[in-house]
Design a protein around this ligand. Structure first.
Ligand code: FES
Length: 159
């Protein structure tokens, strides 16, 4: 059970008793962590890597392990609300399935697939099948990219 609660996916398990493995979530979510990363729980494919169910991805721009969070937001004094006003959105026809996350060179995370964006306290702020999430830390419309990465000269590898 501990492994299923690990937000970063660093703790995983594999059953060897023939029992069912950890199931994919019935709703793909990304949660905005107050002053911290984007916490995904979904059938994730990040930059074409092996599928995984959980990951915390950097949204402060400071991680040395991009696109993953390495905790640099703490030393860097990153300030970002985990809350925001909801966007207008309709319920998705399906709420799960594969979710592709592709870091754009010097830009945001492009996310394609069924996804619900929720605040740190669990309020849904968007339902989408394609979005671009800020990972430079400077968007005025977090967690969404507003193009500020170009103005601040954000440098990061793409996938
Ligand atoms: S990645 Fe931050 S504004 Fe685009």
């Amino acid at each position: 059970m501990t492994a299923r609660l690990c937000p970063s996916g660093a703790i995983t398990y594999e059953r060897t008793d023939g029992g069912p493995q950890e199931p994919a979530p019935i709703v793909n979510l990304v949660r905005m962590r107050e002053d911290g990363p984007l916490a995904f729980n979904a059938e994730l494919r990040i930059a074409g890597e092996e599928p995984r169910l959980r990951a915390t991805l950097c949204r402060c721009g400071l991680s040395k392990e991009k696109p993953y969070c390495d905790g640099s937001h703490v030393d860097g004094g990153f300030i970002a609300s985990g809350e925001r006003e909801p966007k207008a959105s309709e319920p998705l026809p399906a709420r799960n399935g594969p979710l592709d996350v592709v870091p754009q060179k010097n830009g945001p995370l492009e996310v394609t697939g069924n996804l619900e964006v929720v605040t740190g306290t669990g309020h849904t702020v968007d339902r989408t099948t394609q979005t671009w999430l800020c990972r430079c830390g400077h968007s005025q419309n977090k967690p969404f990219c507003d193009g500020s990465h170009a103005k601040v000269g954000f440098i990061a590898d793409g996938a």
